[in-house]
Each structure stands twice: as C-alpha cells, then as structure tokens.
Design a binder for this molecule. Structure first.
Ligand SMILES: *Cc1c(COP(=O)(O)O)cnc(C)c1O
Length: 489
C-alpha cells in the first residue's frame, strides 16, 4: 500500500491512505473495500505521548496506587524482573524452542530456567516434582484434579466426590466439577474453621480429595491442618493445596510438611508478576513422589552430561495441559524474584505481609465488624460492613468511595459466607504511611455512614466512569469499544 503525504483540509499535515487499488479490489469482495481515501492525522510526538499517558491514567494499577485486593496478592512488581524477561536470549526465543533444536545455547538456557524454577518451587513447597505448564491458578487446579483422577483410576478406585469447604474460592469446586467430580461442601464452624464432624463424615472411598486453601480465604491458619491431612490419608483421600495464599507462610511453612499431596502456586500472586485484568499468569503444580508419574508431559529433565531436554516418555502422564511449556516469561520473572530475595528474603516477605494485615485489623476492628478472629489474622483481614449497611452504606458503596480517594477497593462480597465482606490484603510491599492513609479513609467512611451516608452511596464522583448499573451491565453485556453506529443497526 502506498502512503500519500499531504495537507488536510484544516491545514494540518496528514497521511492519506488511498482507497483500495484495482488489483486488490479484484481479489476482495467489494463490501470490504474502502471507497474513499482515509485521512489519518499526523500529530507531534508530544501530543502522542500525552494521549497515551492520559489513557494509561484511566487505568488503576499497583504502580499508581494502593491495591489491597484480598486473595489476589497485588504486590509491587520489581522492574528488574521485566528487564531479565526482556533479555534478547529470552525475548527472541521461538515458542517451540526445545522441539526445534534443544542443543543450541539459548534453548539450553531456557530449559535450565524451567528446570531451576521446578527445583526452587519443590524446595519452597516440600513437593518432589513440579510442572510449570499451567497458565493460571485455576488451570493448575484443573491439572491437579486431573492428576487426582488419574491416580485413583490407576489404583482401581472409583471415588465420586471432591471435598471443599464453603469458604473456598469458586475455582475449587469448578475445577473439581470439570475433572468429573461431584462437589461435597463442608460448612465453616463459628470460629472460622472447617467443621470437623462434617468433614470426618465425608471421608471414605467415595471421596477422591479434599481441596483446601491454607491459610484459608478467611485469613485464618487452621491449627488442626495436620490432623485433617492424617484423617484424609487414612481414608485414601488426597490432600490438595490451593497456594493462592502462600504469601502468608512463604519460607515458614511447607505444604508438603503439612501433609499435602498436590500444590498449585499462583506465581503472579506470590512471586510478583503484574496481574489483574486477565493475565498473564502461571499456576505451576507440584506433587509428592507417588503422584509424579501422572504430571503433564513434556517434562524437563537433566541428563547425565548436565544438558537439559524435554522428555515425553511417562506412560501414566495426563498429557500436555498447555501449549509450549507454560507462560515462560512469568516463570522466568518468578525465578528471578526468588533468586534475588533468597531464603531470608522470602521469610521476610511473609512476616511483613502478616504484620501489615494485622496492623490494618488492629486499627479497623473498632470501626467495622470482624468476620471471625478479632485479634489475629494471617496475610489478609476480613471485615464486614453489616453495621454500616444498617444506615444504607453497603460494602459496594465503601468500595466506590475508596476509588474517589485514590485506593483500589478491597475484594468485596467474598468469601461468600461473610455478609458485606471487605477482604483487605495489604501485602508486604506497602509502607506504614500508605496503610495509615488507607485506614484513615476507612475510618472516615465508618463515621460518615452514621452522619452523612448519602455522601458515600453516591461515590465515585472523581473517576473517569461514574457508578455503573451493575445489574444492567451484567444482563446486557456490551463489550464494544465505541457506541454502535446507526448503520450497524
Ligand atoms: C486467585 C485465586 C485462585 C485462582 O487463581 P487464578 O490464577 O486467578 O486462576 C484460586 N484460589 C484462590 C484462593 C485465589 O485467591
């Protein structure tokens, strides 16, 4: 195509893209061909920079403001990991690098990255083997559930159920269901723990596994977790660890030592990769020795001559679960992050994450109801806005008001068993000053809900988009980037 440079009607310079020329026209149906020339404005670099900078400011991100989204671990993402992922040898890799030629140095380096990532994740979790293939936490869960199914099939068992507590993330029952299981839900007792009598009554040959988040989505570490695992194993039931909350116990507690058989990690949560808005993520899955033969293929192996290769010969494998070898860039960034922090750094992560959450809890517990334990939480604290709701200020209103004040809202209405839930996860990367300013706004909201609730329920007033009609948005979903033109009908 030929670009013609000329002055537009307003005297500004512009590129003219000519209407489709004859040879192209002959090949394309006429309804797809442009009949008039398109005039594209040429703008100065400064105008362009302003345009994109202003667009980027319409987005909320960890790089701009505090983002205490509970269960998501929205920690600061160090920029050096981006630089490492951008190194030419990694950036220019062909997606099928190992299949094409495993002997070239770039490919060997990339395979070593995957191998090392598996090794450090085994060390961190107490598992024997890992796959880095799954592309997100939920995908890791499905992979894990398929491994559970393969294990039971192999042993000749025919269990029907997967046990899940009612505080669990929705992806847990969903993954179990997609893997072909029925879901058995266990209620939470008055202290926030899985009800032990109900749990025991569900153990037996009918149950394949129990899927737990530990600490759970109520921000509580169950002190009876070892007993829960022992009971499961005695009944031939596997223990699945949803690792979304690993940030709370990193370097302190290994799921393998607690008795878990399968673990998924959310590298984009615990190991600092930008996420939110849909990815990319990585949900590697680790297993104990008795389950390793069921892991997806290909697996990265280290040969006797210290070179690396992909191995497909695992006859009991569930097969590949993702194209290529997983989200390589995310795995690489996680490995870089782990290697920079080292063991003591990772321990510090969990200590400060828990400290920060407890600080929020201690300062807010006199202003909001606390879901379960008023005195202690792990890496996130779960408050409830039931008191505020009596004056018409619901968790959703609090979330909207926080946006006006420059804070991303915490997770709301989850866990489902907490009414008007506000799930606050500050992470270890925030300063006391940031926490204090967030807490000050939360206290302001609690007070305003008594005196001027109308000021909260009309928020946000300062954001690019005002309050949406959530029901209409859900019922009449319109994902177009522009309003429909008349002739589109
Ligand atoms: C985030 C999360 C998941 C799902 O992970 P994705 O990476 O978002 O697919 C599962 N369980 C819990 C507890 C989570 O917080």
């Amino acid at each position: 195509m030929q670009l013609i440079f000329e002055k537009s009607r307003k005297g500004r310079r512009a590129f003219r893209i000519p209407a489709v020329d004859v040879p192209v026209k002959a090949k394309l149906p006429s309804k797809y061909c442009r009949s008039n020339d398109a005039l594209l404005a040429e703008v100065s670099e400064l105008d362009l920079v302003r345009h994109f900078t202003n667009l980027s400011r319409l987005n909320f991100s960890v790089d701009t403001n505090f983002y205490p989204l509970g269960s998501c671990t929205m920690k600061y993402n160090p920029k050096f990991t981006e630089q490492i992922a951008g190194l030419e040898g990694f950036r220019e890799l062909h997606p099928l690098f190992a299949q094409l030629d495993a002997t070239v140095p770039y490919t060997q380096g990339a395979l070593e990255v995957l191998f090392c990532a598996e090794q450090v994740l085994c060390e961190i979790t107490g598992m024997t083997a890992f796959t880095t293939q799954p592309l997100a936490g939920a995908h890791g869960e499905l992979t894990g559930a398929m491994i559970i199914a393969a294990y039971h099939r192999h042993k000749g068992n025919t269990p029907k159920y997967v046990i899940v507590p009612d505080s669990s993330h929705g992806t847990n029952p969903a993954s179990a269901a997609i893997a072909g299981y029925e879901v058995m839900v266990i209620p939470t007792d008055k202290d926030g723990y899985m009800d032990m009598e109900a749990y025991k009554s569900k153990l037996g040959p009918e149950s394949a596994a129990v899927m737990l988040t530990c600490p759970d989505t109520l921000g509580i570490f169950n002190p009876r977790i070892k007993e829960i695992a022992d009971l499961a194993h005695k009944a031939g039931v596997l223990m699945y660890y949803d690792g979304a909350n690993l940030n709370a116990v990193l370097g302190k507690v290994r799921p393998g030592d607690l008795g878990f058989d399968i673990v998924h990690l959310n590298l984009h949560k615990t190991f600092a990769t930008p996420h939110g808005g849909g990815g990319p993520g990585a949900g590697p899955v680790g297993v104990t020795a008795r389950l390793s033969e069921f892991l997806p293929v290909p697996r990265v192996i280290k040969k006797r001559d210290n070179t690396f290769a992909l191995e497909y010969k695992f006859p009991h494998s569930i097969g590949p679960v993702a194209p290529f070898y997983g989200n390589f860039g995310v795995i690489l960034k996680a490995l870089a992050y782990i290697m920079l922090l080292g063991k003591t750094g990772l321990i510090e992560v969990s200590e400060i994450a828990v400290l920060n959450a407890n600080y929020c809890l201690a300062r807010l517990k006199d202003f909001y109801q606390v879901a379960y334990n008023k005195n202690r939480c792990m890496h996130e604290c779960i408050l409830s806005a039931v008191e505020q709701a009596k004056n018409g200020v619901r968790a959703l209103d609090i979330a909207k008001y926080l946006i006006d004040k420059g804070f991303h809202p915490p997770t709301i209405y989850f866990p489902l068993i907490v009414k008007e839930a506000l799930m606050i996860e500050p992470t270890e990367t925030e300063s006391k000053e940031t926490l204090d300013s967030f807490i000050a706004v939360m206290i302001e909201i609690a007070k305003m809900s008594k005196t001027h609730p109308e000021l909260v329920v009309n928020a946000p007033l300062c954001s690019p988009v005002k309050r949406l009609d959530e029901t209409k948005a859900a019922r009449e979903l319109n994902l177009r980037w522009r309003p429909p033109l008349e002739k589109d009908g």
